[in-house]
Design a binder for this molecule. Structure first.
Ligand code: FE2
Length: 382
């Protein structure tokens, strides 16, 4: 069977990567760029280096700054209007997963027509679209290099997971200088999201020789550097290491797939607008304990990558060690201990079970849970 490893055409990583990404545009015929971002990032000065580089090189642009966390189909439609009315022919997204996913979705519709809800699913995008630079400002989703976008359909109250390699940006940018102002709690949540990407992509049956070493390296780097960055957000080296770690996790899950943690986490994210990384972090040890028997070698490797010594342990104890190390890291970086702390009630769980069972990520899990088992996993997460 042929394995497909999907990557951006160009990846820029390190201090000054934003300025270098604008240099790339000098070799192209670009008339007007649409920058897709979140207004808070502009107010915080995160886009200053990008605007300076665009102005210096004489590029014309319009900024669509209406993106909020968990972007909706309505927002995507607004972005499409701005792009078309301004006759844009290039995208630059700046932000975490939300602005980058929103730009991916706008690009799908401006290129292929119809409505974004028409593309909910796998492989439904026909044409790639205009040149696209994605500048990451968090170290978590790896949206700057993945085939996925997650858009909330407010009518159906579901998070659509649109999966198609044609969404992968042409240029993927990680510049740690843009990440220095990220608050500690957001750093923690996005870092735990990246850890979840790495771990789910190691234990999935879709894991491959080309992806597992990247994911294990990501686990090692996140375990080492996430607590450092949460304590000292101004540490440029630690920010850079974490950015590279989440990129490696993205490289792995983008081609290997995810699993039940994401399938379950998408539902409270959609119905209660909860932060994706926090939902993942709470569910990760619980789902890992559920999966352990079906992927013992994978959990042993994860425990080792997190600094544990499994040489004297049987499979069950090695997996338990991996679960304990995940929980320890979560506590260290200040993740809430359960969904109750996020005002979730027991009665909310019933809203999520069917949607979690049918979530596109569930198929990648090494053990397929029954509806009762999904309910039990959510109950443990309270
Ligand atoms: Fe994620």
């Amino acid at each position: 069977m042929v394995f497909s490893l999907n990557l951006p055409k160009l990846t820029l990583s390190g201090e000054g990567a934003v300025t270098e990404s604008v240099e790339v545009l000098n070799n192209r015929l670009v008339k007007k760029i649409m920058i897709v971002t979140d207004k808070n990032l502009i107010d915080l000065g995160v886009l200053d280096s990008l605007y300076a580089a665009l102005d210096k090189n004489g590029f014309v642009y319009v900024t669509f700054d209406k993106v909020t966390p968990n972007p909706t189909a309505t927002l995507v439609r607004q972005g499409v209007d701005v792009y078309v009315k301004n006759k844009c022919d290039c995208f630059i997204a700046v932000g975490g997963g939300s602005p980058i996913d929103c730009a991916k979705a706008i690009r799908i519709v401006t290129t292929n027509g119809g409505d974004i809800c028409d593309y909910d699913g796998i492989g439904l995008v026909k044409n790639e679209g205009d040149f696209f630079i994605a500048i990451n400002t968090t170290a978590g989703t790896a949206a700057e290099m993945t085939s996925n976008s997650v858009i909330t359909d407010e009518i159906r109250k579901v998070k659509m997971v649109i999966i198609d390699p044609k969404q992968i940006p042409d240029v993927s940018v990680n510049d740690p200088l843009l990440m220095l102002g990220l608050p500690a709690h957001v750093t923690a949540a996005t870092g735990m999201d990246a850890l979840t990407h790495a771990i789910e992509s190691i234990v999935t049956p879709g894991a491959h020789t080309l992806t597992k070493p990247m994911a294990l390296e990501a686990v090692k780097l996140i375990t080492k550097w996430l607590p450092v960055v949460v304590k000292d957000g101004q540490n440029v080296k630690a920010r850079a290491m974490l950015a590279d770690a989440q990129f490696l996790a993205g490289l792995s899950f983008n081609s290997a797939g995810l699993g039940a943690v994401h399938a379950l986490a998408h539902q409270p994210g959609a119905t209660h607008d909860l932060p994706h990384g926090v939902c993942n972090a709470i569910l990760l040890p619980i789902v890992s304990a559920f999966n352990a028997e079906t992927a013992p070698n994978a959990y042993r490797a994860i425990a080792e990558a997190m600094g544990g010594n499994t040489s004297q342990l049987n499979d069950c104890d090695a997996a338990n060690l991996a679960v304990a190390l995940i929980e320890k890291l979560s506590v260290e970086v200040g993740i809430p201990s359960g969904l109750k702390q996020l005002n979730i009630k027991h009665s909310d769980i019933d809203l999520w079970i069917d949607k979690a069972m049918n979530d596109v990520c569930m198929g990648g899990n090494p053990r397929q849970p029954t509806a009762d088992e999904v309910k039990s996993l959510y109950t443990q997460a309270l």
